[in-house]
Write a protein that binds this ligand. Structure first.
Ligand code: ADP
Ligand code: ASP
Ligand code: MG
Length: 446
């Protein structure tokens, strides 16, 4: 069985839904088809939520009207038959009457906001399922809320998904196409929740891992993982193959094509992930897998670059660190206590610099560090530039080429040697575009 995920732009226009109907029925592989919300919908729902939080029902209703009008014309174009249009209209009426009902709930809380934002995927999947029915494609719609769950730390419970799908799927054994929602899940309180922005990729990978799929395919609007951020750099090109480690680093460090955690379940169960372009299905895309016997890193020295914004750097000093052991443990226990992941670390004999991307608990963290260390002012608005490639110890000249490319850009931190496939640099976000372009010219131009 395959898991195929289609992102917002891939379902965002009626003609795109027509193409993905053709794509998913073009071979006889059984598929779980994971859909995102139509492009723009999640943002629109969040904007409605903002108006409701601000108690501006008038503004919220106006935004709901605009969104509803978009869906009315969408279904009008999507379906051919009167029955199809009526089925689509029913879905839209039901979901928008739920959305409308949220305007009456005061105060508008996080719980309601999560229910509101889940409507995007609930709409897209029901609209698509009704379209498959109209087209005579045998398919079933499985509610993701019945098998996707996160724990108290917001981590998906893949074993729960595995158990639930093992219960549910046998009753659909003869169904070739099974449609479900990306992104949405329940939390331990049974409420509607989600896997954070871009989370439909993660849903696909969690399902793929849970059912030990033959392959997970992420269908989007670009022909695979590019060697650099195509939104910022011209002349990027698709990378044909990546190892799980390489792809995980790129996704975690900002390659928007994949939700940061997508690779984890796929790697855990050895399920290959293929990135494909809905607009150009014949393009080979990118295959992410560990080939048996192949080295953990690839043959090219430089493979790709990605950048992650919103980083804060903390600079921790203590003369007590000199020749001491247990000091680093004390520091990292504090980050653990406040559930704050550390991304980059560099150390000298008397100091440690770390970066975090979640500053929610920064006050408590710095208060506790201050009890046994001296802290410099943190640097906000930093960007981690992650360079992925084959940096094995006997590969000479890697650092020289990176630093030559970066010669005009101030670097705040450098991390190299943590793995053989990653070199990370910290720069102020104002230098991000310049750094990505300079690295493209210095590392990839032929
Ligand atoms: P979807 O809606 O299908 O999930 P996304 O917008 O989340 O699509 O991801 C695809 C986009 O990711 C591309 O259009 C591209 O602009 C952006 N992107 C950023 N970095 C990369 C990269 N290294 N390779 C490919 N795409 C990237
Ligand atoms: N619709 C959600 C979002 O826009 C999830 C996704 O598209 O992956 O973030
Ligand atoms: Mg996405």
């Amino acid at each position: 069985m395959h898991v195929w995920k289609f992102g917002g732009t891939s379902v965002g226009k009626p003609e795109r839904m027509h193409s993905i109907r053709n794509l998913i029925t073009s071979d006889d592989t059984r598929k779980i088809v994971v859909l995102s919300a139509l492009s723009g919908t999640t943002n629109a729902l969040l904007a409605i939520g903002e108006s409701l939080k601000a108690n501006d029902d008038g503004e919220a209703n106006a935004k709901i009207d605009t969104l509803k009008a978009h869906y009315d014309s969408f279904i009008n174009e999507l379906y051919k038959s009167a029955e199809g249009k009526a089925a689509g209209q029913q879905v839209v009426e039901n979901e928008f009457s739920f959305i409308r009902s949220l305007t009456g709930i005061k105060p508008f809380t996080v719980k309601q906001e999560k229910e509101l934002v889940a409507e995007g995927e609930l709409l897209s999947t029901q609209i698509f399922q009704a379209y498959l029915v109209e087209e005579g494609v045998t398919s079933a719609l499985l509610p993701a809320l019945e098998f996707m769950r996160i724990d108290a730390d917001n981590e998906p419970e893949i074993h729960y998904t595995e158990e639930k799908l093992a219960e549910i799927l046998p009753s659909h054994a003869d169904t070739q196409i099974i449609v479900t929602q990306g992104f949405i899940c329940r939390n331990p309180r049974g409420e509607v929740d989600n896997l954070k922005r871009g989370g439909s990729d993660y849903t696909a990978s969690l399902i793929g891992g849970a059912i030990r799929a033959e392959e997970i395919q992420i269908w989007t609007d670009i022909d695979g993982m590019h060697n650099n951020d195509p939104r910022i750099v011209k002349n990027t090109f698709p990378v044909r193959e990546l190892t799980f480690d390489e792809a995980a680093e790129l996704a975690y460090f900002g390659a928007k094509i994949l939700h940061p955690s997508t690779i984890t379940p796929a790697r855990m169960f050895g399920v290959p992930v293929r990135l494909k372009n809905t607009m150009e299905p014949s393009a080979p895309g990118t295959l992410i897998a560990d080939r048996p016997g192949a080295p953990a890193t690839s043959s090219e020295v430089f493979k790709a670059v990605a950048a992650k914004d919103g980083i804060t750097a903390l600079y921790i000093h203590s003369t007590r660190m000199l020749n001491a052991y247990g000091f680093l443990r004390r520091i990292f226990e504090i980050f653990e206590k406040y559930k704050t992941p550390v991304d980059m670390i560099t150390t000298s004999e008397v100091s440690v610099s770390v970066t975090i991307d979640n500053t929610e608990r920064i006050q408590e963290i710095t208060d506790e560090l201050n009890t046994f260390c001296t802290l410099e002012e943190p640097d906000f608005d930093q960007t981690i530039i992650c360079i992925v490639g084959n940096f094995s110890a006997d590969n000479q000249g890697v650092a020289v080429r990176v630093f030559n490319a970066m010669q005009n850009i101030p670097i705040r931190m450098i991390s190299y040697g943590g793995t053989e496939s990653n070199l990370s640099l910290l720069v102020h976000s104002r230098y991000k575009a310049e750094a990505l372009n300079a690295l493209n010219d210095g590392l990839f131009s032929v």
